[in-house]
Design a protein around this ligand. Structure first.
Ligand code: AMP
Length: 284
């Protein structure tokens, strides 16, 4: 695996591979890689001839009081994992090239409406930061296929819309959520939790999603009641609940009572972390 840091190097290497007729798969990440990221790499490998992973902790998607400075940066360990998983090229991007005049003094991409819901309500500017950096990374790498995790379902929905609206020539694939044995969705931010928080409290988030899914499938249609129940269970376990929204899978708008495909998106604060999760399902 080659590791490169500059846009020119990425473009030189990929243009040669593209001229050989190879399909380029791309997995953008912020590093501190875990099993969830590796699911994306495996999916990219299935659909493409070469796999490019980027690691970049994007300052534009962090709010002023968020964890940009403390976000875990584990480059050597990440490189080792990517080598073991057969990745061809690692692009470790640098802010001097991504935002040469500063991140606020850069062209921004916004996917409006969608970016103000759910996580966008407690993290203003978050999705603008993501849409901007993903656009830039797509233009640098020019992948045929890019893989994103269903764990960040709002991000995946926003990227799909951006690609469709802007006619970007890339296929977007979603990869299923990788979970720890307890059911907790894998996340770099799980590392902020104490052992007790991680093992005993954090899995409650997924348990609340499963309980609401089962209730809906058993015929419950009072979504406000389900939200109140989930908030109460989360708070009792030790979370500060953020949202628990039962939505249409395409639009992520609140579900109406006759929709069949549903997704529940949930988020909560626990210790030093803010955790998110979701669940897709059909009802009869
Ligand atoms: P991040 O490094 O957190 O920005 O995540 C990079 C990519 O990995 C995103 O597309 C995430 O949705 C995806 N991802 C993170 N955690 C998981 C997980 N537990 N399961 C599947 N995909 C994930």
């Amino acid at each position: 695996m080659q590791t490169v840091h500059s846009i020119a190097e990425v473009q030189d290497i990929i243009s040669v591979r593209r001229s050989e007729g190879l399909r380029i798969g791309f997995v953008p990440t912020m590093g501190n890689l875990h099993g969830g990221h590796l699911t994306l790499v495996e999916q990219a490998k299935q659909h493409c001839d070469i796999v490019v992973v980027s690691i970049y902790v994007n300052p534009l998607q962090f709010g002023p009081n968020e964890d940009y400075d403390s976000y875990p940066r584990t480059m050597e360990q990440d490189q080792q994992l990517l080598i073991e998983h057969g990745v061809d090229l690692l692009y470790a991007a640098s802010t001097t090239e991504i935002y040469p005049e500063g991140s606020e003094n850069h062209t921004h991409v916004s996917v409006e409406v969608l970016d103000g819901m759910h996580c966008g309500m407690s993290r203003p500017g978050f999705f603008r930061g993501i849409a901007t950096v993903v656009t830039k990374l797509f233009n640098i790498v020019r992948p045929d296929v890019a893989v994103f995790g269903e764990k960040d379902v709002q991000q995946l929905t926003i990227i799909r819309k951006m690609v469709k609206d802007m006619c970007m020539p890339v296929d977007i694939l979603g990869a299923p959520i990788a979970r720890e044995e307890t059911g907790l969705a894998m996340s770099s931010r799980n590392g902020y939790l104490s052992r007790e928080e991680r093992e005993d409290i954090a899995p409650t988030l997924y348990q609340c999603l499963l309980a609401a899914k089962e209730a809906i499938q058993a015929g419950e249609s009072d979504f406000d009641l389900l939200r109140r129940d989930a908030f109460a269970k989360m708070a009792q376990a030790g979370f500060k609940p953020d949202y628990f929204n039962i939505c249409n899978t395409e639009t992520l708008l609140p579900a109406t009572h006759n929709e069949k495909s549903l997704v529940i998106l949930a988020a909560g604060f626990l210790g030093k972390a803010r955790l998110i999760d979701n669940i897709y399902f059909e009802r009869d």
